[in-house]
Design a protein around this ligand. Sequence first.
Ligand code: MG
Length: 617
Amino acid sequence: MRKGIATVSISGSLDVKLEAIAAARFDSVELFDADVVSSPLGPEAIARRCADLGLDIDLFQPLRDLVGLTPDVFTDRLRFARAKFELMERLGATRALVCSAVHPASVDDPDLTAEQLGAVGAVAAEHGFTLAYEALAWGTHVNRFGQARRIVEKADLANVGVAVDTFHLLARGDGPEALAGLAGDRIAFVQIADAHGLSMDVLEWSRHHRCFPGQGVLDVEGVVGVCVEAGYRGPLSLEVFSDIVREADPRDTARDAMRSLLHLEEQLRRRWDGVDAPEASDRRRRPRVELFDPPPAPAAPTVDVVDLAVAPGDSRTLGFFTSLGFTADEGGADTSGAPDRTVLRNGEAVVVLDARSDLELRRSAAAQRPHVAAIGVSGDAESDLPARAQALHWPVVEATEGARRVRATRSPAGVEVHLDGQPLAASPLADDGWGGLDHIGFAIDTDRSDAEVSFHRTLLGLRPGPVSEFIDPAGRLRSRVLQPEAGSLRVVLNIAVRAPGVPTWTGVNQLAYACTDLLDRAEVLRGAGTPLLPVPDAYYDDLAARLDPDPALLSRLRRLGVLYDRDDAGGELFHLYTPLVAGRFYVELLERRGGYRGFGAANTPVRLASQAATPWL
Ligand code: MG
């Protein structure tokens, strides 16, 4: 389908916005009135610029406070509309968005509003223009999609339809059912935005916390799907207002925006292909539209290799992993023959210490060693991750894994992700070693968090859950879990919100390995003097008060410094942490029992406080 974006969704001057939008291969733009007014280019030059860049102007927006007003005010606003229609002629735009009124003179009178919409529609028709009427979620009297729909039906003009803005519709608690029975030609425009799950004033929510589809919590796919099923064939156009987008690089935003639309199309395809639709009747609804069809996301993605950049001769990091039970492959060197790589294993857990130069590693942060520089992800026989990354416009480059050439991309948090997964041979110690990664944590800046969600969502098919917030001694920590439909790879995004100037490491900051018999393993680690994160005594008193574990278990947890959680269904989590290594990453060892699916969120504040108070390794 055609893909568009509102110029308000991108930062920069209008010229910069248009260039970024064209570079991300959009078909069209919604020109925001204020962008036109504040541009030195002038309407004709803007039109030429769009044409030169291959961008159609699919919408001029918004015409505010135009209808649903006292008659005297309406007369003046009709004059305003005529002037804007003249501007649209100069721009070559033929479709305008009219939103519901928030004006002090607005009236609660659907009949009058329909009459005024009809009057403006008749003037628009003289120009050959179409109007899309939108119920702003905070409109004084018209703020629900159903109200706008009834007013449009009452106005009953061929060139006046309803605007479907997924944010406005869903923010008021309506869903796809609000479109039931609506003919596609009555939908004059579809604007797409998602939003973060927040409880606040709807205007504040809209202006500051919208995001691209798939980054938030709204059922964008459901609403867009019903529009297309109804016969809507106009553009899928993004309209996102957000503080993050306002400050971000316009080219990054435009690419991120395009990926979100491509992924939305992929979801629609799945909906209509019946993959996600158990009912045969749903499959028959499949509209004949062209939809993005990339190689599929892996059904069960896994992280096979964790590659740590270390300084040459770094014996500390080697000692850290050795103390956790990791052992080096024969001779310590990479079996592929790369002398600067040491492969360490502990059962299914594999870590590679990589002491090659910055140039060989091609990593921007390689001066800060040790840090997790790369992870190797693999899919399944059907998936082709490099081709999928390319289709989604994630840049794919060549990298090396020892002597092996692999294709790689980079997450917005700066982690190199190798896409030609090739699990290293299983360790002979698999029986008594650790399991593989249960989850992997990424520390990210607030302003890159939506982009990082998009990365894991679009490339690997992981689905984001809700955001949890914790108190951190230096500020706040917001965390968001992404999980696949199947498989074991879980990614936790840790978004530290700290005072300006407090340096925060971004990149992989947590390696959480699964194991069996965690308490026995904790005995061994404690006995061997492995540096583990201390847990305050008060934690166990609180644990006794909250969960009342068996006294023998409680005293063992206390003695070993093991954290514990239990869910409502009786599932249990046992886990322990190491202190931070160089302030950049830490290892967690955990055992899930009885189907426990969480991450021990109740224990996170204790972990954060203890890590802040414990010297780095
Ligand atoms: Mg809108």
